[in-house]
Design a protein around this ligand. Structure first.
Ligand SMILES: Cc1ncc(COP(=O)(O)O)c(C=O)c1O
Length: 344
């Protein structure tokens, strides 16, 4: 990175496919995935199902579509679903869980820590059955890592306790694992250990793993057969999708690299804390800095050649494969030399 080049820390979705990924895409063996299957799509879906510890998986263009498909299959009109406060399905998917999947929501407080409800809160919110005109709570939607909580991780034992509480209350469980790969790398466990007991999981290829497009929605064979129909209803069936799946296969091989993003996030958080900013120690690749005037801070950062975004009232910096530790050091230098303008 040269001195005045902009450093883009808005999201890990800004990563560009590199030469190896583009070569794999160009060489992909393809078929018609809507008609009778595409061999590279199939290879990706099988590999993803194995990594996620689910029977089967389906490629979808985006994480939002993956979540919408899962919720549409789990919920019926008049159903309610529970999700941790500020979950992506609650705040960042334009209410599709309600208007496409038919579910009403109830946010759960972060009683167990950032982004994490307690099993007791799940049991309480699930409630008991009432008269026929009451909303019926049928689904718990978890998020690991939790984006708006700063990439917060739910460890496997805690995930299992939440699933058990949901099961005991008769709820199904969907896991929004857009960044499940980050959680697995941060915890040093296999992604499958973080999906145990879930009926479905959504996992993104286009975030820290660096694919240009694509997510997986996974579950039982039957669930995925229905998900395939729902994907078609939403206009998400693609033909020679192997070109895109090839990027996903390369991306999955690069999971371990996420540890570098986590180290870069720690470096950034340490530097910001030393400068006096209110920053929680990051568990993965997201750093949230609380500032008095968010828009002012984002504008000053932009002037200094640092792009960041806003999340849950904080400045959000996301580290990713296209920024190095040297870039992060440069970001800290720019923030320091702009006179701590971030703090307003
Ligand atoms: C937790 C979470 N779920 C779902 C999504 C949606 O993914 P996409 O942008 O691919 O629709 C995101 C995107 O940032 C996310 O952070």
């Amino acid at each position: 990175m040269k001195d005045q080049q902009t450093v883009d820390l808005r999201s890990d979705t800004v990563t560009q496919p590199d030469a190896a990924m583009r070569r794999a895409m160009a060489a992909a063996e393809v078929g018609d995935d809507v008609l009778d299957g595409d061999p590279t799509m199939r290879a990706l879906e099988e590999r993803a199902a194995e990594l996620l510890g689910m029977e089967a998986a389906l490629w979808v263009p985006t994480g939002c579509m993956g979540n919408t498909i899962a919720l549409a299959l789990h919920l019926r009109r008049g159903d309610r679903y529970l999700a941790p406060r500020a979950a992506h399905v609650l705040d960042n998917e334009l209410g599709t869980a309600a208007w496409l999947a038919g579910g009403m929501h109830e946010p759960l407080d972060w009683d167990a820590g950032p982004g994490r409800p307690t099993p007791e809160a799940v049991a309480r919110a699930a409630g008991s059955s009432g008269p026929y005109y009451r909303l019926r709570t049928t689904l718990l939607c978890l998020e690991n890592t939790h984006n708006a909580a700063g990439g917060a991780v739910t460890p496997p034992e805690e995930h299992s306790r939440l699933v058990a509480a949901a099961r005991a209350a008769g709820l199904r469980v969907h896991l929004d694992g857009a960044r499940i790969w980050n959680a697995a790398v941060a915890l040093g466990v296999k992604p499958a250990e973080l999906t145990e007991g879930a009926d479905s999981v959504q996992a993104c290829l286009s975030k820290g793993l660096g694919a240009p497009v694509g997510s997986l929605v996974a579950g039982t064979e039957d669930f995925v057969a229905e998900a395939r129909r729902m994907r078609k209803m939403l206009g998400g069936g693609v033909r020679q999708g192997g070109v895109l799946a090839a990027a996903g296969l390369v991306a999955l091989e690069r999971m371990d690299r996420l540890a570098e993003d986590h180290a870069a996030a720690r470096l950034l958080a340490t530097g910001l804390t030393e400068m006096g900013f209110a920053v929680r120690a990051p568990q993965t690749n997201i750093v949230l800095a609380r500032v008095p005037d968010l828009q002012h801070s984002l504008a000053r950062l932009r002037e200094a050649g640092v792009l960041a975004s806003s999340m849950d009232g904080c400045v959000r910096f996301v580290t990713h494969g296209d920024v190095s530790q040297a870039d992060v050091t440069e970001v800290l230098r720019r923030i320091a030399s702009s006179g701590c303008a971030l703090r307003a």
